[in-house]
Design a protein around this ligand. Sequence first.
Ligand code: TYM
Length: 334
Amino acid sequence: MMNDKKILYSGMQATGNLTLGNYLGALKNWVSLNEEYECFWGVMDLHSLTVRQVPAEFRKRARNLLVLYIAAGLDPKKNCIYFQSHVSAHAELSWLLSCFTYMGELNRMTQFKDKAAKHADNINAGLFTYPVLMAADILLYQADYVPIGKDQKQHLEITRDIAERFNSIYGDVFKIPEPYFGKSGAKIMSLQDPSKKMSKSDENVNGSIYLMDDPDTIVRKCKRAVTDSDSEVRYSEDKPGVSNLLEIYSACTGKSIAESEKEFAGVGYGDFKMGVAEAVISVLKPLQDEYERLLKEKEYIDSLIKENDEKASYFANKTLRKVKKKLGLTEMPR
Ligand code: TYM
């Protein structure tokens, strides 16, 4: 390693419109981690192919996601931000690890079950082996920590199981990664059904706030958010709608849940929802402005992509070479 900082690895799929859940549960917490850790952030475009994509739109969306990472504040000189598909070691290690992963394990993945139900007409093998590719992503970089939202916890567990299984046969090849959850926002729920996570693929667009929503849309969606027949702004299991709004408010303002409850004590739901909307707008508006500005900087972005792809490839291939050697694959003569 080039220094003795611990390594962080994470990324997002380039599928659909990113939501406030992706931002508060992931991206927002990633900024500034590079001070303490060596950070790798992938644009997970290979994972996106488990559902059908329209090529021209997909190409644009993946690139825009990379720009969004930078707009959100990840300094591309200090963070390695790159496309998963540009580093072929991901697909290679994924194959090798699939020979160390059991069908039974993959069958237990709740995300697979959910997605298979949602895309009944396209239950492809990639959807099933999705977690193996995710394990390859993480293990290639010898990550110590993986910042994720709670919905990805099971995928990290299988990553650890695969790594431990491999290590028990071949020695210490992989670092065993730990999940890293942000202080707040680790599970943002749908505004229309607080028992479900806020998701890019939700059919009800009012359930999700998208990162590119304009202020009027954000106000409208917050006003329509499902609450309860009570009128007290309090965090409680039996008040999932209000609790979710408090969680959003707290993640956007940096105030604790207790402080937020105090601020809205005795305030009606209408004003509370406006307060939440304003807090959301105050984080999304600067992000949107910076994103629009960066989209025009084509050459700058191109040069960053090139630089960071090379850096990612260097680290990933180091691990891949080691794995191949341990497995007994013949080396290419020099
Ligand atoms: P993805 O693209 O679905 O989501 C990206 C990140 O956002 C988090 N997230 C949420 N957090 C809080 N509340 C929500 N409602 C919410 N929705 C999403 C996710 O937990 C995630 O951290 N399989 C991954 C992508 C991936 C990956 C990796 C992540 C591929 N390889 C390697 C880490 C390491 C996924 O689909 O995330």
